[in-house]
Design a protein around this ligand. Structure first.
Ligand code: SER
Length: 337
């Protein structure tokens, strides 16, 4: 067994994984990763050991358990919301059974090395659900415990896994006398995330990042939601910073298991406007996909993140203007130059 307390990141080759590995590499804890796809070579260089495989492969998880002492888990692997609507049963398998496997893994790790395992779980604004656009508009900035009637398989999976994490963290085997919960479960409900370095796949908030990246590449883009569609978004560096802040906050400061975090909440039209200002030749049109539009209409227009601000100092660096001016546009320009 490795003598070092390690970090395990699942779904490491995805968007959040890239940013997290960048920030955590060079720190005191070696990183091990698990993803279906091999890591890009510049990312692979930053990790101690890369496992290529599925979170549904319990034998692989047992191997990692036998070989490494893991103190922190970032469980990022999931099928995103649009993709999950095409294969709901598969989404349930990956998103729910996969998360259960990781929680069991973390519990066994804690039992074997005797320390609590801090477990980060990325939930989503998809956990919320509004039956009508009018109710969404009237609700304004939603609090964590309101409007939790998801309309997607992905949202239902996320909401249930929040509960699973709370169970493993606070009530594990409560009727058994010989078992103590070993997991310190912490969760953020992310809004749509926009990275200058990677493009998401299979999400419903993808229209914003896709529009920006297409404009930077000089490619036409057909936006799949109406111009007035509004959900919260956040620049990827702020999302990664929030994860690290929450993971390193003293446990006694945390009044909740699940936190909203906000930054800015533009309409698709407002995103298009700043994209056109930066790339005057951008060819953006709109062709509404009714199903994806209805998912966006069911998600909140913005979130109340007062608890995250109070408990662990959530403070995004980038508002809407700064996200584009100082992060997205310059970094994307360089990327496609
Ligand atoms: N951004 C994700 C998606 O669109 C939601 O968490 O699926």
């Amino acid at each position: 067994m490795s003598r070092y307390a390690s970090i395990l990141i699942t779904g490491a080759s995805g968007e959040i994984g890239h940013g997290l590995i960048d920030r955590l590499s060079g720190g005191p804890r070696p990183i091990i990763t698990l993803d279906l796809n091999p890591l890009a070579s510049e990312v692979a260089k930053k990790v101690r050991k890369e496992f290529v495989g599925s979170i549904l492969d319990t034998q692989m998880l047992e191997r990692i358990n036998a070989e490494y002492e893991v103190d922190e888990v970032y469980h990022l692997a999931a099928l995103l919301s649009t993709r999950s609507e095409f294969s709901p049963a598969l989404a349930h398998k990956v998103n729910v059974e996969g998360t259960l496997n990781l929680l069991e893994f973390a519990q066994r790790e804690g039992e074997s090395h005797g320390r609590p395992v801090t477990f980060f779980y990325p939930s989503s604004i998809a956990a919320y659900g509004f039956p009508t656009l009018r109710e969404k508009t009237e609700a304004g900035r939603v609090k964590e415990d309101e409007h939790l009637q998801p309309t997607t398989m992905y949202g239902a999976n996320k909401l249930y896994c929040e509960h699973l994490g709370r169970y493993y963290g606070r009530h594990y085997k409560q009727l058994a006398t010989d078992k103590l919960g070993k997991i310190d479960f912490r969760c953020i409900r992310f809004s749509g995330l926009i990275s200058a370095l990677t493009v998401p796949s299979g999400g419903t908030s993808d229209y914003a990042p896709e529009m920006i990246h297409a404009a930077a590449k000089g490619e036409p883009y057909s936006c799949f939601v109406r111009p007035d569609a509004r959900i919260p978004f956040m620049a990827m560096p702020d999302a990664v910073e929030a994860v690290l802040k929450l993971m390193h906050a003293p446990r006694e400061k945390l009044s909740r298991v699940v936190y909203n975090i906000g930054a800015f909440a533009p309409t698709a039209e407002e995103v298009e406007r700043v994209v056109r200002e930066a790339f005057p030749n951008a060819a953006v049109s709109t062709k509404v996909d009714g199903k994806r539009q209805s998912i966006i209409d069911s998600w909140p227009g913005d979130v109340n993140d007062g608890a995250a601000v109070r408990d662990w100092g959530h403070a995004p660096r980038y508002d809407f203007a700064a996200a584009f001016r100082d992060y997205l546009i310059p970094t994307i320009r360089k990327r496609y130059a």
